[in-house]
Write a protein of this length. Structure first.
Length: 103
């Protein structure tokens, strides 16, 4: 479950993919399966949420990690690199954020 507050040292990432409507259903299904199989059991993972905008044909992966180190370790893991690149090859932008206001 996503944790949104300004009191914990949580790393939040937003990843934007351009995903045309013509392939969005298949892409979302495959990406969701990848998350279930490869990400949820990783140390330091808090949550992942996918949001799709049909108007802009954009998929947003909203992820939270217990630390920057856990996030970086994910990208250094050679065991899942090939599968990850299948999806992240379409990556438009990654932005790490920190909560500055939450109520």
């Amino acid at each position: 479950m996503a944790i949104i507050d300004r009191f914990r040292n949580i790393t939040t990432t937003f990843e934007y993919f351009e995903v045309p409507k013509s392939i969005s259903s298949d892409f979302i299904k495959e990406f969701s399966q990848f998350i279930e199989e490869s990400l949820k059991a990783r140390p330091g993972v808090i949550s992942f949420n996918l949001h799709y905008s049909e108007e802009e044909e954009t998929l947003v992966n909203y992820g939270q990690w217990k630390s920057v180190e856990a996030y970086e370790a994910f990208f250094e893991d050679k065991d899942i690199e090939q599968k990850r690149n299948q999806f992240y090859g379409r990556l438009k932008k990654v932005t790490k954020t920190k909560v500055v206001f939450a109520k």
